[in-house]
Design a protein around this ligand. Structure first.
Ligand code: NAD
Length: 348
């Protein structure tokens, strides 16, 4: 039986991954700063859930020792796979206003420094690191219709957020530990992963969930705000496709990345909003906020990020012979109905 450690397993992607691997009969330990997962029950997704702060090196040292590993010298019984998904994370409202930069960078850099160190000491067999599309330089994402996010274009570096700079720094830590200490790594750059069981309220939700929630909260014949002129482009990958991609990547023998994990189905933000509206039976108008209106009705500055961003999947297709299968219209509909269900339960 494979022994697996999932860091940040109390979150969206980590929780879904744990649930998938649990069904494959793996032994799973989760470590997360949250007391518990908001949606998964312990027995559904892990064998052991440890609530703790991965910024603390003593905790990281303890949790990297597998349940059957007697000491650091016992290399044979170390974890088979480690997934490093823990990060101080959120949507545009959290990551891109500049107000949380210091905390985001400090937390994630500390976590990754602790993790690589213990991964080598405890001789873990393979480690997955979740980087982000936010590493790509702003100058390649100015034209909304032709963004360039090919893996090789990441240097010379100029990410548009400190979150992206930290991800790039940490990619380099993992690569250095691979070169100097033979750490067996896999690095993926996620592009907007979405789906049920993700954060959908509270300020840390990402754009697909935020759009669905806004539609649900808006009255018939009402309007809701969309940040920017609405012509900025993005692509979104459904969680099931993301899990399939992670599994394919972990199973490759001689390719460590970094590689994009995303969808190439690029849409404008207004198209995404229209799609979310189409699942309701309401007539809703989109109000794009820009220029002097660039503060929403709560007086909050609305960050829009880069003008255009899309995954480039050529490298993933070449190495893994696989591409995503779930179109946005299908994935977003499932997400919309899940959020509707959450809202109804919450309001009861
Ligand atoms: P998430 O916020 O749902 O999960 C991250 C988890 O890390 C949370 O449960 C959080 O409690 C935990 N965490 C944060 N600080 C911690 C600490 N100090 N100690 C222990 N746990 C801590 O985010 P997600 O969407 O599941 O993303 C997973 C990873 O993928 C993150 O590293 C994120 O940066 C990366 N990523 C995600 C996306 C996306 O679209 N979801 C895109 C690009 C990159």
């Amino acid at each position: 039986m494979k022994k697996i450690l999932i860091l940040g397993g109390g979150g969206f992607i980590g929780g879904a991954l744990a649930n998938r691997l649990k069904k494959e009969d793996c032994w799973i330990r989760i470590v997360d700063i949250k007391k518990k997962h908001p949606y998964w029950k312990t027995e559904e997704f892990c064998d052991e859930y440890i609530s703790g702060d991965l910024r603390n090196p003593n905790l990281v040292s303890q949790i990297f020792l597998s349940p059957t590993q007697k000491s650091e010298k016992d290399k044979e019984n170390s974890f088979d796979e480690v997934y490093q998904l823990a990060a101080d994370m959120g949507g545009a409202e959290y990551l891109f206003t500049g107000e949380n930069d210091a905390d985001i960078m400090h937390a994630s850099a500390l976590i990754n420094l602790n993790v690589v160190n213990e991964a080598v000491k405890k001789s873990i067999k393979k480690i997955f690191y979740s980087s982000s599309a936010c590493v790509y330089p702003e100058h390649n994402q100015l034209d909304p219709n032709n963004p360039n996010c090919k893996e090789s274009t990441v240097y010379p570096a100029f990410p548009d957020s400190e979150y992206g700079w930290e991800k790039l720094f940490s990619e380099r830590i993992y690569l250095a530990y691979h070169r100097n200490y033979n750490l067996n790594i896999r690095i993926a750059r996620f592009h907007n992963i979405y789906g049920p069981m993700g954060t959908w309220s509270g300020g840390k939700e990402k754009v697909p969930a935020a759009m669905c929630r806004k539609v649900i909260e808006t009255q018939d014949n009402g309007e809701f705000e969309v940040w920017g002129n609405g012509k900025q482009t993005r692509s979104f990958l459904y969680i099931e496709d993301c899990l399939n991609a992670i599994t394919k990547f972990m199973d490759t023998e001689d390719f460590i990345g970094p590689v994009n994990i995303g969808s190439e189905e690029m849409v404008t933000i207004n198209m995404l909003a229209q799609l979310a509206i189409s699942y309701s039976d309401k007539k809703i108008t989109i109000k794009n906020i820009q220029g002097k209106d660039f503060y929403n009705k709560h007086g909050f500055k609305c960050p829009i990020g880069v003008n255009g961003r899309n995954s480039d999947n050529a490298l993933f297709k070449e190495k893994m012979e696989w591409e995503p299968t779930i179109p946005l219209s299908e994935g977003l509909k499932k997400t919309y109905h899940w959020i509707l269900e959450q809202q109804n339960t919450y309001l009861k």
